[in-house]
Design a protein around this ligand. Structure first.
Ligand SMILES: Nc1ncnc2c1ncn2[C@@H]1O[C@H](COP(=O)(O)OP(=O)(O)O)[C@@H](O)[C@H]1O
Ligand SMILES: Nc1ccn([C@@H]2O[C@H](COP(=O)(O)OP(=O)(O)O)[C@@H](O)[C@H]2O)c(=O)n1
Ligand SMILES: [Mg+2]
Length: 227
């Protein structure tokens, strides 16, 4: 009996939550220390699972390049390994999600602190389907960042140390927040790229494009040795 009475409330929640610009979106937060491999694996997920990749760091770097009035502030924060105020980052993420026709997004490098997290929930009303957490030692991440060679102003040893400190002090508590709500899927990110992606694939299997899940009946003769 109870379920019948409760049903309308559940339906009402489903239609109001995670709605953005008229569409219902699936958002996965991709978190992990600097150099843990978030961007690398997001590219693989885009290719295999049809998500759109939105890197908060990339959006902030594009904002600097565009000559925005916030550019100097953002650049200084990035050089210091500090976290840009959420109103700036959320506006960029929200615009990107509305502009894009897709309804499945990987939000890479966000939320990076409690302020990011709470403001995103309040402003967008989107809660993540889950949080993908790339777990890697600082030693390995430092090696990767120093070898990244993308000409980034923050991939130098002095800024790297500051970014690690910010990660431990501000970002790990966000991961803990979601972990206590059973939303975190942790990956051993110290392994080679293809091995990490094997683990990622297992997690994303429920999001596999439908046409890859089952071949239509007429395809079977093509697979047969007699065909
Ligand atoms: N599993 C891995 N093993 C070794 N190197 C990796 C691995 N994943 C990524 N890298 C390399 O490490 C650097 C940082 O990776 P990136 O994806 O940019 O990390 P993040 O976005 O988390 O900072 C890049 O040069 C990338 O090619
Ligand atoms: N949510 C975010 C994400 C990035 N950033 C800034 O952008 C920098 C680079 O972020 P990134 O995600 O590109 O860095 P990686 O973790 O990929 O190395 C961070 O160190 C922050 O200074 C931010 O302020 N807020
Ligand atoms: Mg990155």
């Amino acid at each position: 009996m109870g379920t019948v009475v409760d049903a309308p409330a559940v339906v009402a929640e489903e239609v109001t939550e995670n709605m953005l610009g008229g569409k219902k979106v699936t958002a996965v937060f991709v978190l992990g220390g600097p150099g843990s491999g978030k961007g690398t694996q997001c590219a693989n997920i885009v290719e295999h699972f049809g998500f759109t990749h939105l890197s908060a760091g990339d959006l902030l770097r594009a904002e600097i390049k565009s000559g925005s009035e916030n550019g100097t502030m953002i650049e200084n924060m990035i050089k210091e390994g500090k976290i840009v105020p959420s109103e700036v980052t959320i506006k960029l993420l929200q615009e990107a999600m509305i502009k894009n026709e897709n309804d499945k997004f990987l939000i890479d490098g966000f939320p990076r602190n409690e302020e990011n997290r709470a403001a995103f929930e309040n402003v967008t009303k989107i809660s993540p389907a889950f949080v993908l957490f790339f777990d890697c030692s600082e030693k390995e991440m430092e090696k990767r960042l120093l070898g990244r060679n993308q000409g980034r102003v923050d991939d130098n040893i002095e800024t790297i140390k500051k970014r690690f400190k910010t990660f431990v002090e501000s970002s790990l508590p966000v991961i803990e927040h979601y972990n206590s709500r059973d939303k975190v899927k942790k990956i051993d990110a110290a392994k080679p790229i293809p091995e990490v992606f094997e683990d990622v694939k297992t997690i994303f299997a429920p999001y596999a494009p439908k046409h890859l899940l089952a071949l239509p009946f007429p395809s079977f003769p093509l697979l047969s040795p007699l065909g």
